[in-house]
Design a protein around this ligand. Structure first.
Ligand code: ZN
Length: 220
């Protein structure tokens, strides 16, 4: 694997990339668009290290799917080990924020959901988590009131404030760290707002964080 966490100025972080903890259904308008029930507690799943790829690397849609969806999400990078964290410990363990894609094979996921099976084939495949370089936390003024945006071929697909998260960033860390220890280099993806949709070969994507940090990628 060639993936290495990097910061905005291009410097390699010394953090060894690890797992990615993800949360499903954390924005109401996205829950509505997929006609899912509103969860009573956050639903977590994990992508392995092998899912990570740098944002600029071309996205490869696995052959076993006809419906690879983009989910644009705020990413949180940790530089400390935390377990059963308090809010203060959660805050202190954050190294920075980025923007990433939780690529989801919607057709495969639907079949798995129908049978009550786990989602890994749909969510945790190689390259299913393209991540941008990270903005050091002191440089992002208010991560809970920032904007994440995705345009595909120049058309806005997703554009939302992180203010609309159902479970807020620090709460997500507190709750999830009761189940999983975060190690330095692990990442939390905080859920997608509405506007998820299908990607096709040749698509050009631009992701924007905080109305100023822009990253581009494309689909092979
Ligand atoms: Zn997601």
């Amino acid at each position: 694997m060639t993936y290495q966490h990097v910061f905005l100025d291009g410097t390699d972080s010394s953090l060894q990339a690890g797992k990615v903890v993800c949360v499903a259904r954390n924005y109401y308008d996205h829950i509505k668009e997929l006609d899912n029930p509103v969860p009573t507690e956050p639903i977590f799943f994990i992508k392995p290290f092998t899912a990570l790829q740098p944002i600029e690397k071309k996205i490869v849609i696995p052959e076993y799917s006809d419906s690879c969806h983009h989910e644009t999400e705020l990413a949180v990078l940790f530089d400390k080990q935390i377990s059963k964290a308090t809010k203060e410990e959660a805050e202190d363990a954050i190294a920075g924020y980025g923007i990433g894609l939780d690529l989801t094979l919607r057709d495969v996921q639907q079949k798995l959901k129908d049978k009550g099976y786990p989602w890994e084939k749909a969510k945790a495949f190689d390259g299913s988590c393209p991540l941008s370089p990270f903005v050091p936390k002191e440089k992002l003024e208010d991560p809970q009131n920032t904007n994440i945006k995705l345009t595909v071929n120049g058309e806005i697909r997703q554009d939302e404030s992180t203010r609309l998260m159902i479970n807020k960033i620090l709460d997500l860390i507190v709750i999830s760290s009761a189940f999983f220890t975060y190690l330095p280099g692990d990442v939390l993806l905080t859920g997608t707002p509405a506007g998820v949709g299908r990607l096709q070969s040749g698509d050009l994507l631009e992701l924007e964080l905080d109305n100023k940090y822009r990253f581009q990628t494309s689909v092979k």
